[in-house]
Design a protein around this ligand. Structure first.
Ligand code: 5GP
Ligand code: SF4
Ligand code: MG
Length: 465
Protein backbone atom coordinates (compact mmCIF):
# COMPACT_ATOMS: atom_id res chain seq x y z
CA UNK A 1 0.00 0.00 0.00
CA UNK A 2 0.92 3.63 -0.27
CA UNK A 3 0.37 6.24 2.44
CA UNK A 4 0.56 10.02 2.43
CA UNK A 5 -0.26 12.90 4.77
CA UNK A 6 0.22 16.65 4.85
CA UNK A 7 -0.27 19.51 7.33
CA UNK A 8 -0.12 23.29 7.06
CA UNK A 9 -0.86 23.58 3.34
CA UNK A 10 -3.80 25.38 1.78
CA UNK A 11 -5.40 22.47 -0.07
CA UNK A 12 -4.28 19.45 1.91
CA UNK A 13 -6.68 17.00 0.23
CA UNK A 14 -5.56 18.03 -3.26
CA UNK A 15 -1.92 17.56 -2.30
CA UNK A 16 -2.82 14.21 -0.79
CA UNK A 17 -4.54 13.15 -4.02
CA UNK A 18 -1.39 14.09 -5.95
CA UNK A 19 0.83 12.25 -3.48
CA UNK A 20 -1.36 9.15 -3.72
CA UNK A 21 -1.33 9.38 -7.50
CA UNK A 22 2.49 9.20 -7.38
CA UNK A 23 2.17 6.17 -5.07
CA UNK A 24 -0.41 4.38 -7.21
CA UNK A 25 2.09 1.63 -8.05
CA UNK A 26 1.89 0.57 -4.37
CA UNK A 27 -1.82 -0.15 -4.56
CA UNK A 28 -4.41 0.10 -7.30
CA UNK A 29 -7.54 -1.47 -5.89
CA UNK A 30 -8.84 1.46 -3.91
CA UNK A 31 -7.97 4.77 -2.32
CA UNK A 32 -9.18 7.04 0.42
CA UNK A 33 -8.59 10.52 1.83
CA UNK A 34 -9.58 12.04 5.19
CA UNK A 35 -9.29 15.81 5.64
CA UNK A 36 -9.94 18.06 8.61
CA UNK A 37 -10.96 21.70 8.79
CA UNK A 38 -12.15 23.56 11.92
CA UNK A 39 -15.35 24.60 10.10
CA UNK A 40 -16.49 21.25 8.80
CA UNK A 41 -14.63 18.74 10.97
CA UNK A 42 -13.40 15.43 9.61
CA UNK A 43 -14.53 14.43 6.13
CA UNK A 44 -13.62 11.35 4.18
CA UNK A 45 -13.97 9.84 0.72
CA UNK A 46 -13.11 6.18 0.08
CA UNK A 47 -13.49 4.62 -3.34
CA UNK A 48 -12.49 1.63 -5.47
CA UNK A 49 -10.18 2.29 -8.38
CA UNK A 50 -7.49 4.75 -9.35
CA UNK A 51 -6.80 8.06 -7.66
CA UNK A 52 -7.07 9.90 -10.98
CA UNK A 53 -10.65 8.62 -11.44
CA UNK A 54 -11.85 9.36 -7.91
CA UNK A 55 -9.99 12.36 -6.54
CA UNK A 56 -9.75 14.86 -9.37
CA UNK A 57 -13.25 16.28 -9.77
CA UNK A 58 -13.99 19.56 -8.07
CA UNK A 59 -17.24 18.16 -6.78
CA UNK A 60 -15.44 15.47 -4.76
CA UNK A 61 -12.48 17.56 -3.66
CA UNK A 62 -14.75 20.34 -2.37
CA UNK A 63 -16.05 17.87 0.21
CA UNK A 64 -12.53 17.56 1.67
CA UNK A 65 -11.61 21.06 2.86
CA UNK A 66 -8.80 21.88 5.26
CA UNK A 67 -5.07 22.19 5.79
CA UNK A 68 -4.61 18.72 7.20
CA UNK A 69 -5.23 15.45 5.35
CA UNK A 70 -4.04 11.87 5.05
CA UNK A 71 -4.64 9.22 2.41
CA UNK A 72 -4.07 5.62 1.44
CA UNK A 73 -3.92 3.55 -1.75
CA UNK A 74 -4.81 -0.06 -1.16
CA UNK A 75 -3.54 -3.36 -2.38
CA UNK A 76 -4.93 -6.15 -0.25
CA UNK A 77 -2.44 -8.28 1.60
CA UNK A 78 -4.83 -9.18 4.42
CA UNK A 79 -8.57 -9.36 4.93
CA UNK A 80 -10.86 -9.52 1.91
CA UNK A 81 -8.99 -9.56 -1.40
CA UNK A 82 -9.75 -7.24 -4.29
CA UNK A 83 -12.59 -4.77 -4.62
CA UNK A 84 -15.03 -6.55 -2.36
CA UNK A 85 -15.92 -4.16 0.45
CA UNK A 86 -15.59 -0.39 0.68
CA UNK A 87 -15.44 -0.76 4.46
CA UNK A 88 -11.97 -2.31 4.02
CA UNK A 89 -10.70 0.84 2.32
CA UNK A 90 -8.51 3.13 4.45
CA UNK A 91 -7.99 5.57 6.13
CA UNK A 92 -9.86 4.26 9.16
CA UNK A 93 -11.42 6.76 11.52
CA UNK A 94 -12.17 6.65 15.24
CA UNK A 95 -13.87 9.07 17.62
CA UNK A 96 -12.20 9.24 21.03
CA UNK A 97 -12.95 11.23 24.17
CA UNK A 98 -10.27 13.75 23.17
CA UNK A 99 -11.43 14.01 19.53
CA UNK A 100 -11.25 12.10 16.29
CA UNK A 101 -8.30 10.45 14.64
CA UNK A 102 -7.74 8.82 11.27
CA UNK A 103 -5.03 6.32 10.37
CA UNK A 104 -3.58 4.83 7.21
CA UNK A 105 -1.36 1.75 7.40
CA UNK A 106 1.15 0.15 5.04
CA UNK A 107 2.43 -3.30 5.95
CA UNK A 108 0.94 -6.34 7.55
CA UNK A 109 0.18 -7.00 11.20
CA UNK A 110 1.33 -10.55 11.90
CA UNK A 111 -0.68 -10.99 15.11
CA UNK A 112 -3.90 -9.37 13.84
CA UNK A 113 -6.05 -12.54 14.22
CA UNK A 114 -5.00 -12.82 17.83
CA UNK A 115 -5.62 -9.13 18.55
CA UNK A 116 -8.97 -9.14 16.76
CA UNK A 117 -10.18 -12.14 18.75
CA UNK A 118 -9.17 -10.53 22.01
CA UNK A 119 -10.68 -7.15 21.10
CA UNK A 120 -14.00 -8.65 19.97
CA UNK A 121 -14.23 -10.64 23.21
CA UNK A 122 -13.80 -7.39 25.11
CA UNK A 123 -16.53 -5.62 23.17
CA UNK A 124 -14.92 -3.97 20.12
CA UNK A 125 -17.17 -3.80 17.07
CA UNK A 126 -15.08 -4.25 13.93
CA UNK A 127 -16.23 -2.59 10.73
CA UNK A 128 -13.83 -4.20 8.28
CA UNK A 129 -11.86 -7.38 7.60
CA UNK A 130 -8.58 -5.44 7.56
CA UNK A 131 -5.73 -6.14 9.98
CA UNK A 132 -5.13 -2.39 10.25
CA UNK A 133 -8.43 -1.73 12.03
CA UNK A 134 -6.97 -3.35 15.17
CA UNK A 135 -4.91 -0.22 15.69
CA UNK A 136 -8.02 1.98 16.09
CA UNK A 137 -9.61 -0.43 18.60
CA UNK A 138 -6.40 -0.74 20.59
CA UNK A 139 -6.26 3.06 20.70
CA UNK A 140 -9.86 3.16 21.96
CA UNK A 141 -8.96 0.87 24.86
CA UNK A 142 -5.88 2.84 25.89
CA UNK A 143 -6.17 5.00 29.01
CA UNK A 144 -3.69 7.61 27.78
CA UNK A 145 -4.80 11.24 27.67
CA UNK A 146 -3.80 12.14 24.15
CA UNK A 147 -3.85 10.49 20.77
CA UNK A 148 -0.12 10.12 20.11
CA UNK A 149 0.25 8.35 23.47
CA UNK A 150 -2.72 6.12 22.66
CA UNK A 151 -1.11 5.28 19.34
CA UNK A 152 2.08 4.29 21.13
CA UNK A 153 0.10 2.01 23.46
CA UNK A 154 -1.67 0.45 20.50
CA UNK A 155 1.41 -0.04 18.34
CA UNK A 156 3.38 -1.63 21.18
CA UNK A 157 0.85 -4.49 21.04
CA UNK A 158 1.12 -4.85 17.29
CA UNK A 159 3.63 -7.22 15.68
CA UNK A 160 4.85 -7.24 12.10
CA UNK A 161 5.40 -4.51 9.57
CA UNK A 162 3.81 -1.12 9.87
CA UNK A 163 4.41 2.29 8.49
CA UNK A 164 1.53 4.44 9.69
CA UNK A 165 0.36 7.95 8.89
CA UNK A 166 -2.29 9.37 11.23
CA UNK A 167 -4.00 12.68 11.95
CA UNK A 168 -5.92 14.37 14.72
CA UNK A 169 -7.54 17.82 14.53
CA UNK A 170 -4.16 19.47 14.99
CA UNK A 171 -1.45 16.90 14.38
CA UNK A 172 0.01 14.80 11.61
CA UNK A 173 1.68 11.66 12.95
CA UNK A 174 4.03 9.20 11.28
CA UNK A 175 5.39 5.91 12.67
CA UNK A 176 7.61 3.09 11.46
CA UNK A 177 7.79 -0.30 13.14
CA UNK A 178 10.96 -1.11 15.13
CA UNK A 179 12.52 -3.00 12.18
CA UNK A 180 11.49 -0.34 9.67
CA UNK A 181 10.28 -2.98 7.21
CA UNK A 182 8.22 -0.57 5.10
CA UNK A 183 9.41 2.90 4.08
CA UNK A 184 8.21 6.35 5.22
CA UNK A 185 9.75 9.73 4.44
CA UNK A 186 9.38 13.30 5.66
CA UNK A 187 9.14 16.31 3.38
CA UNK A 188 8.85 20.08 3.78
CA UNK A 189 6.62 22.25 1.65
CA UNK A 190 6.44 25.99 2.36
CA UNK A 191 5.36 26.31 6.00
CA UNK A 192 3.87 22.85 5.89
CA UNK A 193 5.02 19.25 6.07
CA UNK A 194 4.34 15.99 4.30
CA UNK A 195 4.79 12.29 5.06
CA UNK A 196 4.87 9.74 2.26
CA UNK A 197 5.77 6.13 1.54
CA UNK A 198 8.30 7.28 -1.07
CA UNK A 199 10.09 10.42 -2.13
CA UNK A 200 8.41 10.36 -5.58
CA UNK A 201 5.24 11.52 -3.77
CA UNK A 202 7.14 14.54 -2.38
CA UNK A 203 8.45 15.40 -5.84
CA UNK A 204 4.99 15.61 -7.35
CA UNK A 205 3.83 18.33 -4.89
CA UNK A 206 7.14 20.17 -5.01
CA UNK A 207 8.08 19.30 -1.43
CA UNK A 208 11.72 19.00 -0.36
CA UNK A 209 12.86 15.61 0.93
CA UNK A 210 13.99 16.16 4.54
CA UNK A 211 14.81 12.64 5.76
CA UNK A 212 13.50 9.12 6.25
CA UNK A 213 11.49 8.44 9.39
CA UNK A 214 13.76 6.07 11.27
CA UNK A 215 12.87 2.49 12.16
CA UNK A 216 11.06 2.59 15.51
CA UNK A 217 10.50 6.35 15.34
CA UNK A 218 7.26 8.29 15.77
CA UNK A 219 7.08 11.87 14.52
CA UNK A 220 4.36 14.22 15.75
CA UNK A 221 4.02 17.22 13.46
CA UNK A 222 2.15 20.43 14.31
CA UNK A 223 2.41 23.98 13.06
CA UNK A 224 5.27 24.42 15.52
CA UNK A 225 7.39 21.71 13.93
CA UNK A 226 8.42 18.07 14.14
CA UNK A 227 8.76 16.21 17.44
CA UNK A 228 10.51 12.84 17.44
CA UNK A 229 9.56 10.01 19.83
CA UNK A 230 10.96 6.51 20.40
CA UNK A 231 8.06 4.38 21.58
CA UNK A 232 9.64 0.96 21.08
CA UNK A 233 12.59 -1.04 22.38
CA UNK A 234 15.65 -0.46 20.18
CA UNK A 235 16.11 -3.08 17.44
CA UNK A 236 18.38 -3.57 14.45
CA UNK A 237 16.61 -2.43 11.30
CA UNK A 238 15.45 -4.92 8.67
CA UNK A 239 14.17 -2.88 5.75
CA UNK A 240 12.42 -4.86 2.99
CA UNK A 241 15.10 -5.60 0.38
CA UNK A 242 12.34 -6.21 -2.18
CA UNK A 243 11.49 -2.46 -2.08
CA UNK A 244 14.86 -1.99 -3.80
CA UNK A 245 14.25 -4.78 -6.31
CA UNK A 246 10.68 -4.13 -7.31
CA UNK A 247 8.20 -2.40 -5.07
CA UNK A 248 9.42 1.21 -4.92
CA UNK A 249 9.43 3.50 -7.90
CA UNK A 250 12.79 3.87 -9.68
CA UNK A 251 12.72 7.67 -9.23
CA UNK A 252 12.48 7.38 -5.43
CA UNK A 253 15.43 7.66 -3.06
CA UNK A 254 15.93 4.83 -0.57
CA UNK A 255 18.70 4.79 2.02
CA UNK A 256 20.35 7.75 0.28
CA UNK A 257 20.52 6.09 -3.16
CA UNK A 258 18.22 6.32 -6.14
CA UNK A 259 16.25 3.13 -6.61
CA UNK A 260 17.05 3.28 -10.31
CA UNK A 261 20.79 3.26 -9.61
CA UNK A 262 20.46 0.33 -7.18
CA UNK A 263 18.50 -1.65 -9.77
CA UNK A 264 21.07 -0.90 -12.44
CA UNK A 265 23.73 -2.17 -10.04
CA UNK A 266 21.70 -5.35 -9.48
CA UNK A 267 21.91 -5.87 -13.27
CA UNK A 268 25.69 -5.35 -13.15
CA UNK A 269 26.05 -7.97 -10.37
CA UNK A 270 23.73 -10.31 -12.28
CA UNK A 271 25.88 -10.05 -15.42
CA UNK A 272 29.02 -10.80 -13.38
CA UNK A 273 27.45 -13.82 -11.70
CA UNK A 274 25.56 -15.26 -14.67
CA UNK A 275 27.22 -14.37 -18.00
CA UNK A 276 25.89 -15.78 -21.28
CA UNK A 277 26.64 -15.54 -25.01
CA UNK A 278 23.79 -13.67 -26.69
CA UNK A 279 22.90 -10.97 -29.24
CA UNK A 280 20.57 -8.68 -27.27
CA UNK A 281 19.50 -7.92 -23.70
CA UNK A 282 15.79 -7.13 -23.34
CA UNK A 283 14.01 -6.05 -20.18
CA UNK A 284 10.63 -7.40 -19.19
CA UNK A 285 9.07 -3.96 -18.79
CA UNK A 286 8.83 -1.98 -16.72
CA UNK A 287 10.12 -3.66 -13.61
CA UNK A 288 13.08 -5.36 -15.34
CA UNK A 289 14.31 -2.29 -17.21
CA UNK A 290 16.97 -0.77 -14.90
CA UNK A 291 18.50 -4.20 -14.19
CA UNK A 292 18.59 -4.95 -17.93
CA UNK A 293 20.42 -1.66 -18.53
CA UNK A 294 23.01 -2.72 -15.94
CA UNK A 295 23.28 -6.22 -17.39
CA UNK A 296 23.85 -4.84 -20.86
CA UNK A 297 26.45 -2.30 -19.68
CA UNK A 298 28.44 -4.92 -17.76
CA UNK A 299 28.22 -7.69 -20.38
CA UNK A 300 28.66 -5.50 -23.46
CA UNK A 301 25.62 -7.15 -25.08
CA UNK A 302 23.45 -4.47 -26.75
CA UNK A 303 20.30 -3.36 -24.93
CA UNK A 304 17.05 -3.48 -26.91
CA UNK A 305 13.39 -2.92 -26.18
CA UNK A 306 12.28 -6.31 -27.47
CA UNK A 307 9.10 -6.26 -25.44
CA UNK A 308 6.75 -3.31 -25.44
CA UNK A 309 4.38 -2.56 -22.61
CA UNK A 310 0.91 -1.12 -22.95
CA UNK A 311 0.98 1.82 -20.55
CA UNK A 312 -2.72 1.61 -19.80
CA UNK A 313 -2.64 -1.67 -17.88
CA UNK A 314 -1.68 -1.89 -14.22
CA UNK A 315 0.85 -4.20 -12.63
CA UNK A 316 -0.22 -7.80 -13.31
CA UNK A 317 0.31 -9.11 -9.83
CA UNK A 318 -1.91 -6.51 -8.25
CA UNK A 319 -4.90 -8.05 -10.06
CA UNK A 320 -6.03 -10.39 -7.34
CA UNK A 321 -7.44 -13.43 -9.19
CA UNK A 322 -5.51 -16.10 -11.08
CA UNK A 323 -7.71 -15.82 -14.18
CA UNK A 324 -7.19 -12.10 -14.63
CA UNK A 325 -3.50 -12.55 -13.95
CA UNK A 326 -3.23 -15.15 -16.70
CA UNK A 327 -4.80 -12.85 -19.27
CA UNK A 328 -2.88 -9.94 -17.89
CA UNK A 329 0.46 -10.74 -19.48
CA UNK A 330 -0.86 -10.60 -23.03
CA UNK A 331 -2.96 -7.53 -22.38
CA UNK A 332 0.08 -5.81 -21.06
CA UNK A 333 3.13 -6.96 -23.01
CA UNK A 334 3.82 -7.50 -26.69
CA UNK A 335 6.93 -8.54 -28.59
CA UNK A 336 8.76 -6.26 -30.99
CA UNK A 337 9.05 -8.93 -33.72
CA UNK A 338 11.44 -7.20 -36.10
CA UNK A 339 13.97 -6.86 -33.28
CA UNK A 340 13.76 -10.40 -31.97
CA UNK A 341 13.81 -12.49 -35.16
CA UNK A 342 16.90 -14.69 -35.49
CA UNK A 343 18.43 -13.42 -32.23
CA UNK A 344 19.75 -15.04 -29.08
CA UNK A 345 17.85 -13.08 -26.44
CA UNK A 346 18.64 -12.42 -22.76
CA UNK A 347 15.45 -11.48 -20.91
CA UNK A 348 15.88 -9.65 -17.62
CA UNK A 349 13.01 -9.57 -15.11
CA UNK A 350 12.85 -8.56 -11.46
CA UNK A 351 11.40 -11.78 -10.07
CA UNK A 352 9.76 -15.10 -10.79
CA UNK A 353 6.79 -15.73 -8.54
CA UNK A 354 4.33 -18.20 -10.04
CA UNK A 355 6.20 -18.27 -13.34
CA UNK A 356 3.13 -17.15 -15.27
CA UNK A 357 4.79 -14.05 -16.72
CA UNK A 358 7.99 -15.82 -17.69
CA UNK A 359 6.23 -18.68 -19.45
CA UNK A 360 4.00 -16.40 -21.52
CA UNK A 361 6.88 -14.17 -22.46
CA UNK A 362 9.05 -17.08 -23.53
CA UNK A 363 6.23 -18.25 -25.83
CA UNK A 364 5.88 -14.80 -27.35
CA UNK A 365 9.62 -14.46 -27.88
CA UNK A 366 9.99 -17.86 -29.56
CA UNK A 367 6.91 -17.14 -31.64
CA UNK A 368 8.64 -14.02 -32.90
CA UNK A 369 11.57 -16.11 -34.17
CA UNK A 370 14.19 -15.88 -31.41
CA UNK A 371 16.77 -18.67 -31.66
CA UNK A 372 17.59 -18.82 -27.92
CA UNK A 373 15.94 -17.46 -24.78
CA UNK A 374 17.94 -16.90 -21.58
CA UNK A 375 16.20 -15.61 -18.46
CA UNK A 376 18.18 -13.56 -15.96
CA UNK A 377 16.36 -12.63 -12.76
CA UNK A 378 17.23 -9.61 -10.61
CA UNK A 379 16.30 -11.30 -7.33
CA UNK A 380 17.02 -14.72 -5.83
CA UNK A 381 14.33 -17.40 -6.23
CA UNK A 382 11.14 -16.39 -4.36
CA UNK A 383 10.55 -19.52 -2.29
CA UNK A 384 8.72 -18.11 0.73
CA UNK A 385 5.59 -15.99 1.13
CA UNK A 386 5.81 -12.46 2.46
CA UNK A 387 3.80 -11.76 5.63
CA UNK A 388 4.82 -8.12 5.84
CA UNK A 389 2.77 -6.38 3.18
CA UNK A 390 3.75 -7.76 -0.23
CA UNK A 391 1.19 -10.09 -1.71
CA UNK A 392 3.12 -13.23 -2.62
CA UNK A 393 0.91 -16.31 -2.94
CA UNK A 394 0.97 -19.36 -0.65
CA UNK A 395 4.09 -21.49 -0.69
CA UNK A 396 2.75 -24.17 -3.00
CA UNK A 397 2.04 -21.60 -5.75
CA UNK A 398 5.59 -20.28 -5.68
CA UNK A 399 7.56 -21.94 -8.44
CA UNK A 400 10.80 -21.80 -6.50
CA UNK A 401 9.37 -23.44 -3.38
CA UNK A 402 9.22 -26.85 -5.02
CA UNK A 403 11.66 -26.64 -7.94
CA UNK A 404 15.40 -26.19 -8.27
CA UNK A 405 16.82 -23.65 -10.71
CA UNK A 406 17.30 -26.41 -13.33
CA UNK A 407 13.77 -27.72 -12.83
CA UNK A 408 12.33 -24.22 -13.21
CA UNK A 409 14.38 -23.79 -16.39
CA UNK A 410 12.92 -26.98 -17.79
CA UNK A 411 9.40 -26.09 -16.62
CA UNK A 412 9.60 -22.71 -18.35
CA UNK A 413 11.16 -24.27 -21.44
CA UNK A 414 14.02 -21.79 -21.84
CA UNK A 415 17.65 -22.30 -22.82
CA UNK A 416 18.88 -21.05 -19.46
CA UNK A 417 17.49 -19.50 -16.28
CA UNK A 418 19.71 -17.92 -13.62
CA UNK A 419 18.98 -15.79 -10.55
CA UNK A 420 21.18 -13.30 -8.76
CA UNK A 421 22.57 -14.70 -5.49
CA UNK A 422 21.44 -13.28 -2.17
CA UNK A 423 24.99 -11.99 -1.55
CA UNK A 424 25.05 -10.44 -5.01
CA UNK A 425 21.81 -8.63 -4.23
CA UNK A 426 23.21 -7.35 -0.94
CA UNK A 427 26.31 -6.07 -2.73
CA UNK A 428 24.12 -4.27 -5.24
CA UNK A 429 22.18 -2.48 -2.50
CA UNK A 430 25.45 -1.25 -1.03
CA UNK A 431 26.60 -3.97 1.40
CA UNK A 432 30.12 -4.51 0.08
CA UNK A 433 30.63 -7.67 2.15
CA UNK A 434 27.29 -9.17 1.20
CA UNK A 435 24.69 -10.54 3.60
CA UNK A 436 25.67 -10.83 7.25
CA UNK A 437 24.34 -14.31 8.06
CA UNK A 438 24.15 -13.63 11.81
CA UNK A 439 22.21 -10.38 11.67
CA UNK A 440 21.14 -9.75 8.09
CA UNK A 441 20.95 -6.05 7.25
CA UNK A 442 17.58 -6.40 5.47
CA UNK A 443 14.43 -8.45 5.54
CA UNK A 444 14.87 -11.04 2.79
CA UNK A 445 12.44 -13.66 4.10
CA UNK A 446 10.79 -14.31 0.72
CA UNK A 447 14.19 -15.45 -0.56
CA UNK A 448 15.77 -16.93 2.57
CA UNK A 449 12.86 -18.09 4.75
CA UNK A 450 14.51 -16.11 7.58
CA UNK A 451 11.52 -14.20 8.99
CA UNK A 452 12.63 -11.29 11.19
CA UNK A 453 9.24 -11.20 12.94
CA UNK A 454 7.56 -14.50 13.79
CA UNK A 455 4.35 -14.61 11.72
CA UNK A 456 2.18 -15.64 14.69
CA UNK A 457 -1.19 -15.79 12.90
CA UNK A 458 0.23 -17.83 10.05
CA UNK A 459 1.94 -20.25 12.40
CA UNK A 460 -1.38 -20.63 14.25
CA UNK A 461 -2.99 -21.42 10.90
CA UNK A 462 -0.47 -24.17 10.28
CA UNK A 463 2.34 -22.42 8.39
CA UNK A 464 5.66 -24.17 8.98
CA UNK A 465 8.73 -22.02 9.36
P1 5GP B 1 4.81 -14.45 -11.99
O1 5GP B 1 4.24 -14.28 -13.31
O2 5GP B 1 6.09 -15.23 -11.96
O3 5GP B 1 3.80 -14.98 -10.99
O4 5GP B 1 5.12 -13.00 -11.41
C1 5GP B 1 6.30 -12.36 -11.74
C2 5GP B 1 6.02 -10.96 -12.16
O5 5GP B 1 5.18 -10.33 -11.19
C3 5GP B 1 7.29 -10.20 -12.24
O6 5GP B 1 7.43 -9.69 -13.56
C4 5GP B 1 7.14 -9.09 -11.26
O7 5GP B 1 7.30 -7.84 -11.88
C5 5GP B 1 5.78 -9.20 -10.65
N1 5GP B 1 5.92 -9.32 -9.17
C6 5GP B 1 6.87 -8.75 -8.49
N2 5GP B 1 6.74 -8.97 -7.20
C7 5GP B 1 5.72 -9.71 -7.01
C8 5GP B 1 5.15 -10.26 -5.82
O8 5GP B 1 5.55 -10.05 -4.71
N3 5GP B 1 4.10 -11.02 -5.97
C9 5GP B 1 3.63 -11.29 -7.19
N4 5GP B 1 2.60 -12.10 -7.24
N5 5GP B 1 4.14 -10.76 -8.33
C10 5GP B 1 5.20 -9.98 -8.26
FE1 SF4 C 1 10.13 -7.60 1.61
FE2 SF4 C 1 10.35 -10.18 1.03
FE3 SF4 C 1 10.64 -9.30 3.55
FE4 SF4 C 1 8.26 -9.27 2.36
S1 SF4 C 1 9.48 -11.08 2.89
S2 SF4 C 1 9.17 -7.65 3.61
S3 SF4 C 1 8.82 -8.76 0.25
S4 SF4 C 1 11.96 -8.85 1.78
MG1 MG D 1 7.27 -7.35 -13.95
Amino acid sequence: CGIFGTIGVAEAANFTALGLHALQHRGQEAGGIVAYSPDSGFNSVRRFGYVRDNFTSQKVMETLPGQLAIGHVRYSTSGNKGQTAIRDVQPFFGEFSMGGAAIAHNGNITNADELRRELIERGSIFQSSSDSECIIHLMARSLQKNIPERMKDALRRVEGAFSVVAMTRTKLIGVRDPLGVRPLVLGKIGDGWALASETCALDIIGADFVREIEPGEMVVITREGVESHRPFAQAKSRFCIFEHVYFSRPDSILGGTSVYETRRQIGVELARETPVDADIVCPVPDSGTPAAIGYSAESGIPFALGIVRNQYVGRTFIEPTEQIRNMGVRLKLNVNRALIKGKRVVLVDDSVVRGTTSRKIKEMILDAGATEVHFRIASPPTSWPCFYGVDTPERDKLLASSMSEDEMCEHLGVDSLRFISLDGLYRAVGEAKGRDPNTPQYCDACFSGDYPVRPADMVARGFEL
